[in-house]
Design a protein. Structure first.
Length: 589
């Protein structure tokens, strides 16, 4: 009985008109063409969009091929319009169908071959996009001289900074990388913790007039495997160019596309006096310790770097950053620090106005010394164009945005900083301050707790932890953290603790702030610090008194007065407070 199913009849007609064969062969040919283009695009230096354009053209051609196959037929006489079904066509159909079958079978065989070839070569051939993030682990010092550890650490930091200029890669920051120094962990475990695609290991083999460096790049998925290894030897005065070489080769091997700006930066020639560079690395090494002895050593070596090479801008920028930090931490008043800050940053800008490090320090000066918000934002953005992976630039820019009331942008920049340096206690604490402004006290508490686990004596982490827990209503934790920020005699501290137990949190804070006021008569205390504590006990007249003192002496923490993480809401309509914000060119959002 004849099959009267319409779908079955339509299917048979598709087969008779060779539509099925055309679809199969077209798809097979398209796959072959796409594979060929993908494989020859890089060796032939074809435009980057060539594979995409090829796919678009083939996609457009597909419905055209289907329509033509329905209307026309390939016969022994050439291309003819397809005739109605008749017995007389069967022999010719058989011949033509055999040709289509042969073409189909050949296409399928080629496709299977290409698939097998891809599967066989996939484990060894790195493709663009396979590596989008990496961590540079602390360098191994195989020089035999432990006294050179500061230099090896400096090389590690400098290479991370150089690689941070590649926008197509997420490069983990130095502090998070240093967590894994000497840790007995497999490469895939480290990569999983940091959520990166590859790991860079490096060994310093010789360090004298010349530097010998061996660099390895390891993939981490599905298992650890060395992708490539390279050896470098360079004169010590050319060390900055060595970082360029290594960065460029890693980008090439990882198939990361470089922008024209990045290409230019990685081909520029940079030289530096080796003794000045040694001293600068020692200064950065001691600065990172953030204790009194370390800070004094840092100043000594910054001055030595400046003496060895008076024409090198980085020495002056380092000195400017040193005084900015000292002032921000409340060790010296602005009246002492500010003239030195301006002296050194202006000198650095005169020498090398385009250097990313110089402009980064200039951004810090513009915001926390000069209160020039527009200039600060301009400089932060310029630095991020050069080094998009700079976690410190990201987090301090986040703080500027927070002070300006642009919280969505502040949170975005802060999260990027966390992604770049997730285990850095300072980055964690600075981001916790942003979350505090948002009102996310739980997340802020978690970050400050992590920071204090890594660095229990961190003054700044203790201060922010006392705030997030206070506003979260956990006064016991807040008071415990607050105690760590006070450097009082044991007997005095015991009296404060007794007051807390017997009279509560507010009484203890009032006792503390009264002591700070007395101490401020004889030594420098940050006015903003005293104002924020008066705010916690709701003495608003005293808050305004100390904020005005902070404004008059240019307290570096005053930019935060427009951020409501310190709960300045009760002062929102106070004319004196409104006038203060106006004078600082800040607004309350």
């Amino acid at each position: 009985m004849p099959n009267k199913n319409p779908l079955s009849k339509f299917w048979q007609e598709l087969k008779r008109r060779k539509v099925i064969y055309v679809v199969t062969v077209y798809a097979s040919a398209a796959y072959i063409i796409i594979e060929l283009v993908n494989n020859v695009a890089e060796p032939l230096n074809l435009p980057e969009r060539t594979p995409t354009v090829t796919i678009i053209i083939l996609a457009i051609g597909f419905p055209i091929a289907v329509i033509l196959s329905w209307i026309f037929d390939l016969t022994q006489k050439g291309m003819e319009r397809t005739k109605p079904l008749s017995e007389g066509q069967e022999a010719e159909m058989s011949v033509t169908q055999n040709r289509w079958k042969i073409a189909t079978y050949v296409s399928i065989a080629i496709i299977i071959g290409l698939i097998i070839l891809n599967l066989a070569g996939r484990s060894t051939k790195l493709k663009a996009g396979d590596i989008q993030s990496l961590v540079v682990l602390p360098f191994d010092n195989f020089t035999g001289d432990d006294g050179l550890e500061y230099f090896v650490e400096g090389m590690h930091s400098s290479l991370i900074g150089d690689m941070g200029r590649i926008s197509g890669l997420r490069v983990i920051g130095k502090t998070s990388s240093n967590i894994y120094k000497g840790v007995d962990m497999a490469v895939p475990e480290i990569a999983a913790e940091l959520d990166v695609d590859a790991v860079v290991e490096a060994s310093v083999l010789c360090l004298g007039d010349s530097i010998c460096l061996q660099v390895r790049v390891l993939s981490t998925y599905p298992e650890e495997k060395q992708l490539w290894i390279a050896d470098y030897k360079e004169e010590r005065s050319q060390i900055l160019n060595l970082y360029n070489q290594v960065t460029r080769q890693i980008a090439d091997e990882a198939k990361v596309s470089l922008t024209p700006k990045e290409e230019s930066l990685l081909t520029e020639t940079r030289t530096v006096d080796k003794e000045a560079y040694d001293a600068f690395l020692k200064a950065r090494y001691y600065w990172s310790q953030l204790d009194e002895e370390g800070l004094n050593k840092a100043l000594e070596y910054y001055n030595l770097a400046m003496e060895k090479d008076p024409s090198w801008a980085f020495s002056y920028a380092g000195l400017a950053e040193y005084w900015v930090g000292l002032k921000q931490m409340g060790f010296i008043p602005p009246s002492v620090a500010d003239p030195l800050i301006h002296q050194y940053i202006n000198k650095a800008l005169d020498m090398d106005p385009n250097a990313a490090y110089v402009r980064y320090v200039y951004a810090l000066v513009a915001v926390w010394t000069d209160w020039d918000w527009e200039k600060g934002e301009t400089e932060f953005l310029e630095v991020l164009k050069i080094i998009p992976n700079d976690a410190y630039c990201r987090i301090y820019y986040s703080h500027l945005l927070m002070c300006l009331g642009r919280m969505d942008e502040a949170l975005t920049e802060g999260q990027i900083a966390m992604d770049l340096d997730p285990l850095n206690p300072l980055i964690q604490t600075l981001y916790a301050a942003v979350l505090l402004e948002k009102g996310d006290f739980e997340a802020g508490t978690a970050l400050t707790e992590n920071a204090l686990l890594a660095d229990p004596d961190n003054h700044f982490a203790s201060w922010i932890h006392s705030l997030v827990t206070y506003f979260n209503g956990d006064y016991d934790k807040s008071f415990a953290a607050l105690k760590n920020t006070l450097h009082l005699e044991a007997e005095v501290m015991a009296n404060i603790e007794q007051t807390y137990r017997e009279e509560g949190n507010l009484a203890a804070i009032e006792m503390i702030v009264n002591m700070l006021e007395e101490m401020a008569l004889e030594s420098y205390i940050l006015p903003y610090d005293i104002a924020s504590k008066y705010l916690m006990i709701n003495k608003h007249d005293k808050v305004l008194e100390w904020l005005l003192k902070g404004y008059n002496i240019h307290d570096p923490n005053m930019p935060y007065v427009a951020a409501d993480y310190a709960d300045y809401e009760p002062l929102k309509n106070n004319p004196r407070f409104i006038e203060l914000l106006k004078n600082m060119n800040l607004t309350w959002e």
